[in-house]
Design a protein around this ligand. Sequence first.
Ligand SMILES: [Zn+2]
Length: 506
Amino acid sequence: MFSKPKKINLRLLISLIILLAIFIGTSLILWESENKVSDNPIIVEAAKDLNSYEIYIDFDPDSKSLECRQRVEYKNRSKDDLESLYFHLYPNAFKYEDKPVFPAELMGRAYPAGNFTSAYLEIDNLKVNDDPGDYMILGFSEDLLMIDLDEILAPGDTAIVDMTYRVQLAECYGRFGYDDISYRLGNCYPIACVYGDSGWSLHRYYDIGDPFYSDMANYKVVVKAPKEYTIASTGDVVKRKKKGKQALTEIRAQAVRDFAWLASDSFKLSSKKLGDTTVNSYFYTGQGKEALDFAVAALKAYNDAFGQYPYNQLSVVQTNFFIGGMEYPNLVMIDCDMYSSSRLDSLEYIIAHELAHQWWYGLVGNDQVMEPWIDEGLTEYSTILYYGLVSTSYTEDQVIDMVQYNKYKAAQARSPYLYPEIDETIDRPVYEFEDWETYDLLVYGKAALMFHGIRETIGDDLFFDVLKEYYKEYRFLNVNKDDIVGVFNRVTGRDFGPYFDQWLYD
Ligand SMILES: [Zn+2]
């Protein structure tokens, strides 16, 4: 059978063509850039089976606040039935003046306006699997969210948590806060606490060290911000479009243990490609191009020494972070004061340090509250290694002498007078250190010398074999003391247990 074709409605056809043209045109105009999510097989494999976060953020620089909508798909990867879920609400650690995240002597520098201002996170609404959620805010400074589950979450099962919340920022030069130039959004969203062999890890935000501990997860984050703002972040920008005075930036990050971002309307960007990784230097004054060169040199050195950095991008961001530098996955914050031409040596040192954390913390994770020496000591020693791997202004021996050896030895020498009670135990939780100086001497200095002693005993070839094996075996996981000591023992065929114990506890 053959049916006569119907007469085409010309007017309808023209309308359709016009609509199609508008749609294509609009798409071309609005979508400024579109990049792919990482297809590196190592990342694709690591990203399977992880918790996922989808966060929509409306950033308002006028009110210094974020309105957020967040969905977490939380999978119970433990062997236990879970009756509740816990999340850190780190912004609330900045809520109360009498519970600060800075030691008393640093409060004046942390709050430059001269007085404390409160920052916090307020939850408006929370649902679990589409039903209203039963939750409580707990913790030292209301920095924990406990969700009571209606039904037990069995091993392998997933719960979907939807929440809306508002984050208020304060003028503060810490990891989380703003100043005239930039907004630092480190630890700014509810992140799932780690559930391990001894249950939930519910540490608060201590005023010493980097008191964080988290699991790998996948992220899709969309930030709506005034279009003149540049966003530097963990992960890859996959889309950016302008909408009136606003811009939407869609970011994807797979297999990362946290998500951090900064926003500024003053950032300049300088980038270089090293293999499959784009290295970005965001800066607004001073030696931003030199910062980029240091970062590229460090990335190349560590790729060769430890194993390949698997992500698409790595950003070094100049900002008003008065403590020096801070590591997050794919992103490090560097104190703007380091960017002057007279402080290039310090800038190089601090970039070399923070970039080593991409391996030791970012990829091989550990509980930074309970065993901070694992990532910090090895990172400090990796910084020393950098000077042997890259030809630059100082040799490795000079750096050992200048930075750690002298600092630690000097403290030891004067300890009978200034530190009569100094306890030289490296392996203790951050909250058991007397102050930042003792923490620095032991967790950075003495622990770095501990790794140096092993290298001097076994030689470079074997030492770097150990680091490569450690990275390959434990990347995307969390380790403890037994894991790191075990790798040294396995690869060298010796027993370094007593050696570690002597350094860690004597
Ligand atoms: Zn560090």
